[in-house]
Design a protein around this ligand. Sequence first.
Ligand code: FAD
Ligand code: PYC
Length: 417
Amino acid sequence: MKQHYSIFTLARNAVSYHEKWTEAWRSPDPKPSYDVVIVGGGGHGLATAYYLAKEHGITNVAVIEKGWLGGGNTGRNTTIVRSNYLWDESAHLYEHALKLWEGLSQDLNYNVMFSQRGLLSTAHTVHDMQALRRRVYAIQLNGIDSEILTREQVAEYCPILDCSPTARYPVFGASLQRRGGVARHDAVAWGYARGADARGVDIIQNCEVTGFKIENGKITGLETTRGSIGAKKVGVVVAGHCGVLAGMAGFRLPIESHPLQAMVSEPIKPVLDCVVMSGQVHVYVSQSDKGELVFGAGIDSFNSYSQYGSPPVVENMLNALTELFPIFSRLRFLRQWGGIVDTCPDASPIIGKTPVENLFFNCGWGTGGFKATPGSGHVFAHTIATGEPHKLAAPFALERFTTGYLIDEHGAAGVAH
Ligand code: FAD
Ligand code: PYC
């Protein structure tokens, strides 16, 4: 049901300490069973539920989240959105997502603050520049916008980036995806949640999945901290915990879990109106609408389920940031955090069927799945609804680790993975 707010409603709600606000989604108790249960209330899980209802008319659906919506990587990431991937399979999947981003606020009737401010990936050696050219030409062959900038063009595009030839890691040039940018991460989770709820999906928070019920190789339900729930089909979208959930279902995934950290600075006036990534110096940064610099770098090299990360990574990140942007050297930093990312050996996701009938997994997005959120949900909903992989998801099946048809996107990650 649509809620219409007038200035009077806003004023009344403000003085009632927000008690009269209509909830954006319900908080129902779990039903005894559902046609589809999605495990994981991050952006990917919520988007899957939304598209199941919207595109496939499947509304007897629950999203089960052990914490709160968007409390995982969805609410912890640096929100960079782009589709400049090397291999055809990835380019098509991420471009599908980018096209959905371009209409998402309208589709959800919820402002996800998608800002296509342009994304620069800098090159700092001759070899870096050659690799970047190869990538840009491959991307262009897929009909996706991508261009090469010279050092002078980079200096003009992003004047605060140190492009002097005497810099320790001089900028040789950059690739630019003008349609790349950032979005408001929480809003993506909330927008999909509200849209799914409005179509009848039950969103159940503070409910942890602790086991699966499997009979004759087929899923029949789940065990949760709020009791057993029956399910004809289950989609698992739990990012850094996918190895744990696969273990509950009796199989293993070729996944490692690592912390990935990010930081924000104190808010300052607008100084950076694009996203800058440097795989070589190893940092990426954008400025939020509040004025904070939002930045991060590579994963912590050890495996862990900690959402903190280690201090040397922070130090490297800050060194890299000030190397590229000496102007930021006197900034104060407000906070740091980590998320648990699920990395595959080929740095590409796993989407599709598992050894258990009607149990589907969508994981392995590693350091780069936020940008995929709408596309991932869209193709995963199709896969669950029809029982067959969406054509864009088919190359990302788990079987590729036995067929050897890997999709090596290490270079596209922008950060070490
Ligand atoms: P999540 O948002 O993590 O959702 C999974 C949910 O599953 C969680 O809410 C969790 O609580 C729940 N869950 C886990 N176990 C259970 C259980 N047993 N029962 C019920 N629920 C469970 N990607 C980009 O594209 N651009 C970026 O700039 C970017 N920056 C990043 C920066 C950082 C610091 C991090 C950590 C990640 C970054 N990423 C980025 C990656 C991106 O955040 C993730 O790939 C993406 O958000 C994953 O979304 P998700 O919905 O699959 O996972
Ligand atoms: O995949 O674009 C990306 C990214 C940026 C920061 C972390 N991941």
